[in-house]
Write a protein that binds this ligand. Sequence first.
Ligand code: NI
Length: 226
Amino acid sequence: MLIQVPDVLSQDEVVQFRNKLDNTDWVDGKVTAGYQSARVKDNLQLPESNPVAIELGQKVLQALERSPLFIAAALPAKIFPPLFNRYEGGQSFGSHVDNSIRRVQATGEYVRTDLSVTLFLSSPEEYEGGELMVEDTYGMHSVKLPAGHLVLYPSTSLHHVRPVTSGSRVCSFFWLQSMIRSDAHRSLLLNLDVSIQRLGGDVPDHPSLVELTGVYHNLLRLWAEV
Ligand code: NI
């Protein structure tokens, strides 16, 4: 399932991020690409060890913790330290599937990539093109979100970024290992969670709320790997 999470960063935070990102050194994005994706990847990126990437990556992680929708949708077990990329002057990233396992440089820890995340740091008016195109069983989805919003999609999906023909597209991107490995199971849990929240808002004393919450947690217990 492809899920959009709005307002992960405030507009003030986006401005602070962009000031720092516009004043640091970018390198060829092939540094984190696997063999197959290096052939189709054409963008700029901050190295994992870049101090600005580390500082802003931690701020992204703190922002994610404040987002109930992100937590409910991703049920994260391990999050790869967020990275940053930039596309301009016709740059693009051709069709590929993300590497299945990522090793965190600083800790040596391995993260299985269940979900891929793109957090937009440029507003759509700042650039032409640059849509993230994600394929699933229902076809191709085009994603271009306001600055501060993010999209989550299964890392099993074929995806590409269309050429940025003017302006500059700056994003944070990362992967995560979910407590729930199966996308189908995770989608069911999110649907149940959202329904329980809505019922709790509309009919706070409904007796089924306790039972449904029990079902949610018992499914989580059944399926979770932690
Ligand atoms: Ni990718």
